[in-house]
Ligand binder design. Sequence first.
Ligand code: COA
Ligand code: AMP
Length: 634
Amino acid sequence: MSYKEVYAAWQANPEAFWMQAAEAIDWEEKPSKALFDDKAPIYEWFSDGMVNACWNAVDRHVEAGRGDQIAIQHESPITHATKGITYAELQRRVASLAGALRMRGVEKGDRVIIYMPMIPEALEAMLACARLGAVHSVVFGGFAAHELAVRIDDCTPKAIIAASCGLEPNRVVHYKPLLDEAIEIAAHKPEFCVIFQREQEVAKLVEGRDFSWHGFQYGVKPAECVPVEGNHPAYILYTSGTTGQPKGVVRHTGGHLVALQWSMKNVYNIDAGDRFWAASDVGWVVGHSYICYGPLLAGATTVVFEGKPVGTPHPGVFWRIIQNQRIKSFFTAPTALRAIKREDPDGEWIRRYKAHELQAIYLAGERADPDTIKWAQKHFGVPVIDHWWQTETGWAIAANPLGIEELPVKLGSPSVPMPGYDVQVLGEDGHPLPAGELGAIAIKLPLPPGTLPTLWNAEERYLKSYLTTFPGYYETGDAGMVDEDGYLYIMARTDDVINVAGHRLSTGAMEEVLASHPDVAECAVIGMSDKLKGQAPLGFLCLSAGVNREHAEIVKECVALVREQIGPVAAFKQAVVVDRLPKTRSGKILRATMVKIADGESYKMPATIDDPAILDEIRVALKSIGLAPETQDC
Ligand code: COA
Ligand code: AMP
């Protein structure tokens, strides 16, 4: 069937479409129907089925005779480790860890936070939770103790599973002191912690609270898979919103399994036995869907990569792994390719390796700029597929579904909506706009299986953040347009979320931290353009009256404060002191105009500006730190 036929089949009968897709999953009890709409606009999928995610990702492949196939391939150019774990081994390891967690009281519905680097044990911890029906919440290693504490208080875990350390090219990330500090700050205390001691650092354990990964499992009875309802939460994944309080995206088990299984074949063209690599991190949604669950559900081999696209040790590391692991589909962020292109513009490193089995490169996480796509197309000669999705959706909203049909690539577009997504571009009045017109991108409810049904403990926030602006639609927070052929173009966020190196960050969260500095009276953070990372945060600080200290000193303290409170991943490196912020007469900070000034783009004087002279002050302040080239009012 062609893409058009598949999409039309879904439109004609969504219920039959998803019930058929659900056939690819092993159910303990089959669901009686796909969509449960009795609580609309909160929708659920496959709620009355009984299923286990770990069974589907691991055990069923062993039963089907794939026990000797590599399930997880660990590649760490930082430690020089390269190791494969078969499906049979993975089953043993996960059942043992799950057994130990159960012995300490972890049961279906209990939350478990996982704070680990890119090692196979991170996936094993996720799968062990899934085996028991416990709800995992993975926290990215680049977040600081305070961010971890916020998540501990929000999802109140019974246990935390962590590693002693993570490894960045330039330093060891000491997870254990961060974990101890987070538990100290948090009001909620976990009952126990399990620490995976890495060779590079042995962490000090807290007597009675901390157990070592291996000792903890000694002599325990392995756990079997516990079937859960289709609408049982598989995990909570926190993502940035407009405030400092992250949003806990909930993923229900049934829809999560059905959608990911469907996407592995239809979007990524991956079958059992194939080798798939998503070079992201388990702390992000890409890691959940396409390092852990998706490839394992498909019975493929997944790669867990601990390294960077450049500098570990060279810009050929991706291509070496693609060659040696005979990768069929590779998924990365445009930033990673830009980093490689910067060091290897002519593709010399690419030519040193043979990517014979590579059939496609997938990009997501941020807008894929045409130059980067063209560079990759030229050097690999395979389709380079931009696809668009969010933590909230868990899988692609729009893609070029190679497993169905290779559609023509249009540079700058992540192609067309996937079945399940009725994507509309809406005007301010909520009415669909014609092709070619820029508006807010919304998805007609219900969202398909695998997408978020709500936010953890925050249904009101869910309704307010996503379902209120355009009744009957899910508001994506992205703006863009659709062309005559139905191809989407994602241009910008409509909120204050920024995207730095494919990492989604909240400027509101950074502002909250800056405002806590004793000398800062008011502040704003914007995302200015960055050639490598797409965007980079830039702070504006208005000091309290009477503060008479060196500005450079205050800026330095603010930079350190954001790193300490949010973490290095915020990449907050630049700020400037200004007397006042440009605002509308109603007091709204004119962030979009500030971005234009910082980027050196021309801007239109906002009609509602309180005092136009402030924009000149902003420009002068930015010039003093080497920014704002050639800006002008037009
Ligand atoms: N644990 C601890 N710290 C981490 C971390 C982790 N898992 N990941 C990143 N950090 C730190 C980095 O060490 C860096 O710290 P520094 O300020 O001391 O240098 C900081 O967070 C910013 O990291 P990053 O934005 O990744 O920048 P970088 O300069 O280290 O690397 C790239 C630049 C382009 C190589 C890198 O951003 C990259 O690989 N990007 C692709 C991102 C990606 O795959 N995203 C997934 C979305 S699908
Ligand atoms: P995250 O939730 O971290 O996956 O970030 C989701 C956001 O990243 C989206 O809402 C977009 O703003 C942006 N994004 C992700 N993929 C793309 C893409 N292919 N093109 C443009 N923007 C993207």
